[in-house]
Structure formats: C-alpha cells, structure tokens
Write a protein that binds this ligand. Structure first.
Ligand code: FES
Length: 262
C-alpha cells in the first residue's frame, strides 16, 4: 500500500504497486500532492488512473485509517469511530507502532490482562489492583476492567491513578484515566492484521495513540514542549510493547499448538 497527502493535505491511499510495471510506489517522490513512480514517471493525483484505484482513507486528526474491503472480510463502516479523546488543544499526543508475529486477538488479550502489569513491567507500574472485571458488572455498568495502579515517573516517585480498560471494537482497546494525575488521558491500542510472514506466521501491527492531558496549570509548558516529549512518550510505549509483543507472540504459539491454558 502507498499513502500520501494531496496538495490540499487530504490523505490518499491505494495499492502500492504501480499500474504500469508494478514498481513500488512508496519509493516515489511527492511534489505538490502528485505521487510519481520512480521507474517511468507515472503520475497519480489520488484519482483512479490506468487501473489504479484509491482505497477509502480517513484522517481523524491523530491516526490515518485506510479501508481494505477485500482484506477485511467484514462489513465496512463508512468511516472509523475513534473513541473520545481529550481536546487536541489541551493534550500532548504521540503514536507508537510495532509489529508482532501473532494475531490481533493476542494483542487484545494482552491489553485486557491488566494483572500482568506490575509483574511484567515493574519498571513502569507498581501497586496494581484490579477493582472489577466484566463478570462482576451489572447490566447497567460499563463492560470494562477498572484498575488502580501507580505509574513510576522517576526514581521512587510514583503517580497513583484509577484507569478503565474497555474494548469498543474487536481489535481496539482503550485505557482511560478516570481519577488521579492525567485524568481524562487516553491510550488507544489498535491491532491490525498484516498478513503472514515468509514462514506463514501471522503478523499484527500494534498502533497505539497516547493522548495525555492534565488539569495542572503547568501542563501548558508540557504542551509547548510537545515536540521534545513525543519521542519520550513513544519510547516509553515501545519499552512496554517490547515485552507485551513477546507475551502476545507466546500466546499465539501456545494457542496454535494446543497448549494455551485458556
Ligand atoms: S513501473 Fe511505474 S511508471 Fe513504469
């Protein structure tokens, strides 16, 4: 697949092979919104051309979405429905992406297992208690897991919060801070199937949007420093996902060899 922005900033996406001889379009330059194939200069402005058809694409302001109807195998929505996020003007956002040899359900299972947090990620979390689980909810309660946990910030300094994990879609998990520092902040994790690797093992992309907010007056300074903060936020997410993808890949191995305890 190839994606770029046209002259007006609109997100364009489509097949990554040039309709002429199949050259990789993602290697072509974009000038004034026109993508040019490197091999013979074929130009695409986002409209259908010579058998090349764009995919439906949507930019929600933080994440770019592309609808792959044939690959999806599901009835598509007109456009994605992102969860509620803090207002962009009052937040700092960063996006992490990673890939694991597993299926989306293994990534979702990892995110919906908060119990592992303080054991597996002691560098980030301490004092973790799961307050309730879906089985304990009455019909009128939200279907989610509420967790009390302290984030390690520096040295022995910790920030206690209460967070709610929900799964608004089959491949999406959202963690929202309900109480404590950063109330209203959201971590939104999407597991997207990528197709098999050379050995036929499934691959899944983890695309995680971290949208941090705070009511503290000093948070305006953090917003001003957003360009410097984003790489740190991505690195913190990447450290967690190095472990969590190992978890998801192990779960896939156990499932597919009939050894998963359930
Ligand atoms: S392969 Fe792209 S223009 Fe020929």
């Amino acid at each position: 697949m190839v994606a770029w922005r046209d002259a007006g900033g609109r997100l364009i996406a489509g097949p990554g092979a040039c309709p002429h001889l199949g050259a990789p379009l993602a290697q072509g330059p974009v000038r004034c919104g026109i993508l040019r194939c490197r091999w013979h200069g074929l130009a695409l402005d986002g409209a259908p051309f010579a058998g090349w058809e764009p995919f439906p694409a949507h930019d929600d302001g933080l994440l770019a979405w592309v609808r792959l109807d044939e690959a999806g195998g599901e009835r598509p929505l007109a456009q994605p429905v992102p969860p509620d996020r803090p207002r962009p003007a009052g937040a700092v956002a960063a996006v992490y992406t990673g890939t694991g040899r597993c299926e989306p359900e293994d990534v979702v299972a990892n995110r919906l297992d908060p119990w592992h947090g303080a054991w597996f990620h002691p560098y980030s979390f301490v004092d973790l208690t799961v307050l309730n689980s879906p089985a304990e909810h009455g019909a009128e309660r939200p279907d989610g897991l509420t967790v009390q946990v302290s984030f390690k910030v520096a040295g022995r300094a910790v920030v206690p919060v209460t967070a709610l994990f929900t799964a608004p879609g089959p491949r999406t998990v959202v963690m929202r801070i309900l109480e404590g520092e950063g109330q209203g902040s959201v971590v939104e994790t999407h597991a997207t199937p990528l197709g098999p690797d050379d050995l036929g093992r499934p691959r899944t992309a983890v695309i995680e949007a971290i949208v941090a907010t705070s009511r503290r007056p000093g948070f305006a300074l953090a917003r001003a420093a957003a360009p410097a903060l984003r790489p740190l936020m991505r690195a913190a997410a990447g450290r967690l996902w190095r472990d969590d993808l190992a978890y998801a890949e192990r779960r896939w191995q156990l499932r597919t060899s009939g050894r998963h305890p359930g």
